[in-house]
Design a protein around this ligand. Structure first.
Ligand code: PRP
Ligand code: MN
Ligand code: MG
Length: 180
C-alpha cells in the first residue's frame, strides 16, 4: 500500500500533533456546553476518533453519511443522504467533523440542513482544507492544514475506498489512478 504513495504531505506525527492542538482548543470552547459532534462518514472516521479523545469535556457524537463523490474521481455536484442522524439537533451546539473540504458542496448542504433543523450553533472542524477546489462559498471554523490542489489519500481519505487506513496524508502516484 505504501508503495503507491509519491509524497507524504502531512506525516503521522504532524497529524497527531495537530489533532491534539485542535482538541485542546475545542475543549476550552465547548466546556460545559455538551456539544453534539457530527462526523461525516466515511472519511471523518480516523480524525473524529482521535479528536474526540483529545476533547476533555462531555460531548455526544453521531454520524451522518452525505456523499458527493460516489466512486468518481471528481465531484458530481450531487449531495445525497446515505445515512441520517439518530439524534435531534434542535437547540444543540453542533460541531461537524470532516477530513477535507474541497468543493465545499458536502458541507454547504450539511450546514444548511442542520440550521433548517434548528441547531443552536453549527461549527466546522476539518483536518484538511483545499481552498483551490472550492465551488461554493463555505469556510471551516477550524482547519488543521491548508493543502494544495493535489489528490490526497490517507487518514480517512480514499481513492476508490482504499488508503483510508494510512496513518498519514499522502499524494498518490499518478500511475495508480491513470491505470484505472
Ligand atoms: C469526501 C470527503 C468530504 C467531501 C469533501 O467524501 O471525505 O466529505 O468528499 O468534498 P467536497 O468539499 O467537494 O464536498 P466522499 O463524498 O468522497 O465520501 P467518503 O468520506 O465516504 O470518502
Ligand atoms: Mn467524506
Ligand atoms: Mg471519498
Amino acid at each position: 500500500m505504501r508503495d503507491d504513495i509519491q509524497e507524504v504531505l502531512v506525516s503521522e506525527e504532524e497529524v497527531q500533533n495537530k489533532v491534539a492542538e485542535l482538541g485542546a482548543e475545542l475543549t476550552e470552547e465547548y466546556e460545559g456546553r455538551f456539544p453534539l459532534v457530527i462526523g461525516v462518514l466515511k472519511g471523518c472516521l480516523p480524525f473524529m476518533g482521535d479528536l474526540i479523545q483529545k476533547m476533555d469535556t462531555h460531548l455526544e457524537f453521531d454520524m451522518m453519511d452525505v456523499s458527493s463523490y460516489g466512486h468518481a474521481f471528481v465531484s458530481s455536484g450531487e449531495v445525497k443522504i446515505e445515512k441520517d442522524l439518530n439524534t435531534s439537533v434542535e437547540g444543540r451546539d453542533v460541531l461537524i467533523v470532516e477530513d477535507i473540504i474541497d468543493s465545499g458542496l458536502t458541507l454547504k448542504y450539511l450546514v444548511n440542513l442542520l440550521e433548517y433543523r434548528k441547531a443552536n450553533s453549527v461549527r466546522i472542524v476539518t483536518l484538511l482544507d483545499k481552498p483551490e477546489g472550492r465551488s461554493v462559498d463555505i469556510a471551516a471554523d477550524k482547519a488543521g492544514f491548508i493543502i494544495p490542489d493535489k489528490f490526497v489519500v490517507g487518514y480517512g481519505l480514499d481513492y476508490i475506498e482504499k488508503y483510508r487506513n494510512l496513518p498519514y496524508i499522502g499524494v498518490l502516484k499518478p500511475e495508480i489512478y491513470q491505470s484505472e
